[in-house]
Structure formats: C-alpha cells, structure tokens
Write a protein that binds this ligand. Structure first.
Ligand code: GLU
Length: 474
C-alpha cells in the first residue's frame, strides 16, 4: 500500500512550492489508492508558530487536498525520537560530542581559511562517555557515525541514480545537547514509524537524502522510494520567492483565484500529459504518474495562471461561483456583511458574466449593477445616450413594461422589436440608452437577459431615473 506524506515546517504560510509538493503526494496517493499523511515538522521552536500551522491547514483545505492521517506534530513525538536514539547509542552507531558551539565555529572558520571541507573532524568519535563531578553525565550532543568512504546512490524516481561520495557526508548531530532532535533524524524516524513508502519532496532536500539513507540503514529499516521535484523559479530563474510577487497560496485566494485553477496550474510544474492543458481533478488522479514528471525546473508565470483561472471561471457551475463570489461582493461593498442574497438569482446573474471575468474580483465588480440600487452613470455614456433623442423612446418602453405580466427575456425582446419597428430604427438607439439606464455603461451582456435579471420593479425605477435625468421636470 502506497503511503506518502507532506511534511511542512510551519515557519511560514503554505506557499506555491509547498502546495505543489503536497499536490504531487496527494495525487500519487489517490492514484494508487494509498494514504496521504500530513506531518508538521515543528521541532524548530524558534521559527515555528501555531498561526503558521493553522495557515498551512487552511491552505490545504482551500485547495481540497484532503488527507487521511494527521496532522501529526513532531513536537508531540519527542519520546519516540528518544527511544530510537537510545537504540543507536546502545548499538554504538552514534557518539557523544563534547565540542562547544564556539569551538565548532572556530574550526569551521579555520577550515574555510585553509580551503578545507567544513565538516566535523570526528574528534569525539572514539571518546568515552564523560562523567560529571558527581557521577552525572556531562551534557553532550549526539552525532551519527557516517561512513567515511565509498559512495551512496540515491535512486530517484525523477532524477535516476544520483551518486554521493561518503567522505563528503558529515557526522551530523541527531540530538542537540538540550535533548532536541534534528531534522535529518526526525524525518527518518517518522517516515519509518509512519510506514512511508515514497518520499516525495522538493529537490532542495536531495543533498539530505544520502545522510538519511544511512540513518535508515543504521536503524535497520527498508529505504523508501524517493522522488525529488524540480524547483519552481521566478522570472529571473532564481528560486521563486516573495520578491517575484505573491507566493502564498492564500494570497491567490484573496486575489480571486479558484482552487481548482491553482491546482491545475501547479500540477504542470514537473508533470505533463501530452499537450493537454486543462484537467478535472478526477483526470489528474487517473493520469498522474512519475513517468511523466520531468527533472527541469520551470518558471512561474502569473499570466498563464490568470488565463487558466478565466477558463475555470467559464466552465464552472454558476451556483458554485455564487458561493465563491460572496466574500468578494462584501469586500467590494456591493453587499454588506451578512446580507442575505437569493443564490438562485445570483447564479443567473453570474451566468451572464462568467465568460468575461478572469478573477472572482472581476466577477464581483461586474455584478455590481445587478445588485446595487443606484447605478453610477458613466459620464460619457450618459452624455451620449441619455439625452433628448432617447427621451420619448424610453418613456414608450416604460409604458409597455408597466403593463407586462410575463417579465421575461423573450417577452421583452418582443416589446423592443415592436418599438424599433414602429419608429423604423435599429435596435441600438433603444438598447444603448436602456443599457446606460440599467448598468451605467455601454457594455453588458444581452440587454433582454440583463433586464430579466434586474426584474420588473427595478427596471421601471431605473428607467424612470434615466428619464428624469434627461428631463428633471417629468
Ligand atoms: N520539513 C521539510 C520542509 O518543509 C520537508 C521535509 C521532507 O519532506 O522530508 O522543507
């Protein structure tokens, strides 16, 4: 059974790169009917916060990357790490190191000055355990005995065989003198304990993998399969970071992106399936495999994401968009907080606009004239269309509409047709002034649909206001 995990360190929000890692784990688990686990790697207590843990979970939920087990927290598992350390101590696979941070720092500087590798020189490897004055044990860090010669091969599902020289590997500290365990150790212990079969993570961790492989071996456990995902880059080909623009997943939510659009965009960082660009979630789960994941990194392209988002808005169910757009209507002060709105009606309005909006912010703004009472006339549009020339025809339309019982787009079309035919006009000289009266501007979806959605009562009010704008005394 495939068991994979997403193991974020809660030292920041869920970012684009982390979400892509989570997504690949999720898809691999779902494709193989396996399990997807979340593990919060919060052992760095100075940088981890509760707020970031919540933010990461919130991001995962928004992206609908649902998990089967967890979120586990490493800070709840110190006893587990301690047990594994004790096992390694009793087997002589680790040793106590008494070098002080100052000494280590000095030696590191000296090595740097002499152009030597800056790894621990192993001087405590063969020391006896030091006893304190009253028989107590002197505090010491615990280092892992790395092999000093030979090679370690990481057989990666994406990169193939990657060879590391063991003499480059440091005798890393697995437990600090204060008893706190370190990353390379906890990650292996947890992956063993949680029966992880495939470790899928960013390739910034590739250099850690040979060290981790030796820890697996020392603990006597089978080594999982590894897949190191290529980095996501910014426009200048440097690793994607804040200076390239928004990198937090929730910032995209706030900018009016749909979670499925972001998912679809993220999956293409590394994975492809022929020339296909747009996938449903079911298709992603069905087609996903590491055979189609490439090793080259790709540049984050906000325009492409925006295009995908517009495609998703076009093909979304208007009812679903109605739910998504509500907070944006509030933010834009189009409705007030908690204002009830007829969702059936809102989805009908959205249906007329979804072809044109690239984000939910645009969609909310385009809904403004459907919802607000007092539309703002665009000055130019008003001057051009709400004037003497249109006054009588607007009055005529208003009279017809007053007696209309079936206020529907087809019936409205009949009325418009009969009026323009009578005056031997094209539709524009009637439709445009009405459009300005209803929306404030000269562009909108089909005018009959717009009227139907605005409804009879409001349509009459708006026509009346337009007529009074032309001639205040009427
Ligand atoms: N906690 C690590 C990180 O956030 C990931 C560790 C792993 O996936 O092995 O970069």
């Amino acid at each position: 059974m495939v068991r994979v995990r997403f193991a974020p360190s809660p030292t920041g929000h869920l970012h684009i790169g982390g979400a892509r890692t989570a997504l690949f784990n999720f898809l691999y688990a779902r494709h193989n009917n396996g399990k997807f686990i979340i593990r919060i790697e919060d052992t760095d207590r100075t940088r981890s916060t509760e707020e970031y843990i919540e933010a990461i979970i919130e991001g995962m939920k928004w992206l609908k990357l649902d998990w089967d087990e967890g979120p586990f927290r490493q800070t709840d598992r110190f006893d587990v790490y301690r047990n594994y350390v004790n096992k390694l101590v009793s087997e002589g696979k680790v040793y106590y190191c008494y070098c002080s941070p100052e000494e280590l720092e000095q030696r590191r500087k000296d090595a740097l000055a002499q152009g030597k590798p800056q790894k621990y020189d192993g001087r405590c490897r063969n020391k006896e355990r030091v006893q304190g004055s009253e028989g107590s044990r002197v505090q010491a860090a615990i280092r892992f005995k790395m092999p000093q010669e030979g090679q370690t091969i990481v057989d990666d599902m994406i990169r193939g065989k990657v060879i590391f020289e063991n003499e480059q590997l440091d005798d890393l500290i697995i437990m600090r003198s204060d008893g706190s365990p370190t990353y390379n150790f906890t990650v292996v212990v947890d992956d063993v304990d949680m029966k992880i079969t495939h470790v899928i993570r960013g390739d910034d961790h590739l250099n850690n993998t040979p060290k981790q492989i030796h820890i697996y071996k020392a603990l006597g456990y089978e080594i999982p399969k590894f897949a190191h995902l290529p980095m996501i880059l910014g426009s200048d080909k440097a690793r994607l970071s804040k200076r390239h623009g928004a990198t937090s997943v929730m910032a995209y939510k706030e900018m009016g992106y749909l979670p499925d659009a972001l998912i679809n965009y993220l999956v293409r960082f590394g994975w492809s399936y022929g020339d296909k660009e747009i996938f449903t979630r079911e298709e992603l789960i069905k087609y996903f495999s590491f055979e189609n994941v490439g090793k080259s990194s790709a540049v984050f392209n906000p325009e492409k994401l925006l295009w995908l988002n517009s495609q998703y808005i076009i093909k979304s169910d208007p009812k679903e968009l109605a739910e998504f757009v509500m907070p944006f209507l509030e933010n834009a002060d189009i409705i007030h907080k908690g204002q009830a709105i007829d969702m059936e009606w809102l989805s009908k309005a959205i249906k007329t606009l979804q072809e044109r909006a690239k984000t939910l912010i645009e969609l909310a703004n385009s809904l403004r004239y459907y919802i607000t009472e007092n539309v703002q006339y665009d000055e130019k549009a008003k001057a051009k269309f709400l004037n003497e020339k249109s006054r009588d025809i607007l009055i005529e339309l208003k009279n017809h509409i007053e007696s209309l019982t079936d206020f529907s787009a087809p019936e409205l079309e009949k009325i418009f047709q009969s009026i323009v035919e009578k005056h031997n006009l094209k539709l524009g000289p009637l439709a445009q002034p009405v459009r300005v009266a209803m929306t404030g501007g000269t562009e909108s979806p089909g005018i009959f649909e717009v009227l139907e959605i605005i409804g009879k009562e409001k349509t009459l009010k708006r026509l009346d206001r337009a007529i009074k704008t032309i001639e205040p005394n009427l």
